[in-house]
Write a protein that binds this ligand. Structure first.
Ligand SMILES: N[C@@H](CCC(=O)N[C@@H](CS)C(=O)NCC(=O)O)C(=O)O
Length: 233
C-alpha cells in the first residue's frame, strides 16, 4: 500500500483509497479536463472537491502540491518510477495520463499535432475565454469601460474561427480521432456559450463545425460524467 501521508495535502483531504490516483479539483473548464480524462480511461481514482469560492487552493495544504494555487492537481501513488508523483497544470496532467494509459495521444507525427492543439488551448482559448467570462459574466461586468470586454470578445471570436476552420475538415480537433486536444477544449467552449453566456458576443450562431463537434463530444458518457466531478459535498 503506498504511503501518501508524507504529502501535506492528504492531511487536509485524506485519501480513503491511497492506492488510487488522488484528484483535487472543481468542475470548472480546467478541472473537468482531468475528470473527463479519468472517466474516459477508466483509471481508478478518488476525487476531492476543492472549494475555490472559499479560497481552499490558497491553503498551505493545497499549495504544498501546487504552489500556483490553482485546481486541478493530482497525486498518483504509482508514478512512472513506482513512487508517488504530484502534478499540477491541466495540460501536463492530460499528457501524463495519456502516456500512463496509452490512450488519446497517438504515436508518430500525429502526436505533435495533438500537442499543438493542447498548447493552443492552454495558451489561447483558456486565458482569453476566461478573461471574457470575467468581464462579461463575473465582477468585471460592472465596469463601465467596455473596452477590456470587447477586446477579449474579439480575440475569443477569432480563436473560435480558428477552431471552425480546423473542424470544417476534421471530425475532431487534431484529426479523425478524439484525443486529449478535444478533452482540453470542450469544457471551455461549453462554458463560453453556457455559463458565461457570451455566445452573442462571439457570434457563435454563425458557426457550424464547432457546435457539431461540441455536441458530439458532449454526447460521450464519460464526458457527461466528468463534467460533474468532483461533486460538491
Ligand atoms: N493553467 C492552469 C489554470 C488553472 C486555473 O486557472 N484554475 C482555476 C479554476 S479554472 C482556479 O483554480 N482558480 C482559483 C483561484 O485562482 O483562486 C491549468 O490549466 O491547470
Amino acid at each position: 500500500m503506498p504511503d501518501l501521508t508524507r504529502f501535506p495535502i492528504t492531511q487536509r483531504w485524506p485519501a480513503k483509497h491511497p492506492e488510487r490516483l488522488q484528484l483535487y479539483s472543481t468542475p470548472t473548464p480546467n478541472g473537468v479536463k482531468v475528470s473527463i480524462m479519468l472517466e474516459e480511461t477508466g483509471l481508478p481514482y478518488e476525487p476531492h472537491f476543492i472549494d475555490i469560492g472559499k479560497d481552499e487552493t490558497w491553503t498551505d495544504a493545497f499549495l504544498s502540491l501546487n504552489p500556483n494555487g490553482k485546481i486541478p492537481a493530482i497525486l498518483d501513488p504509482s508514478g512512472p518510477d513506482g513512487q508517488p508523483l504530484g502534478l499540477f497544470e491541466s495540460g501536463a496532467i492530460l499528457v501524463y495520463l495519456a502516456e500512463k494509459t496509452g490512450m488519446f495521444l497517438p504515436d508518430g507525427p500525429q502526436r505533435y499535432k495533438v500537442l499543438q492543439w493542447v498548447f493552443f488551448q492552454m495558451g489561447g482559448i483558456g486565458p482569453m475565454f476566461g478573461q471574457l467570462g470575467f468581464f462579461h459574466r463575473f465582477a468585471g461586468r460592472e465596469y463601465e469601460d467596455k473596452r477590456p470586454r470587447d477586446r477579449y470578445a474579439k480575440e475569443s471570436a477569432r480563436l473560435l474561427g480558428v477552431l471552425e476552420g480546423q473542424l470544417a475538415n476534421n471530425a475532431f480537433i487534431a484529426g479523425p480521432e478524439y484525443t486529449i486536444a478535444d478533452i482540453a477544449m470542450l469544457g471551455w467552449v461549453r462554458n463560453l456559450i453556457g455559463f458565461y453566456d457570451a455566445g452573442e458576443l462571439v457570434n457563435y450562431a454563425e458557426l457550424e463545425a464547432v457546435p457539431r463537434w461540441l455536441e458530439t463530444c458532449l454526447a460521450r458518457a464519460a464526458v457527461e460524467r466528468g463534467l460533474t466531478i468532483p461533486a460538491r459535498p
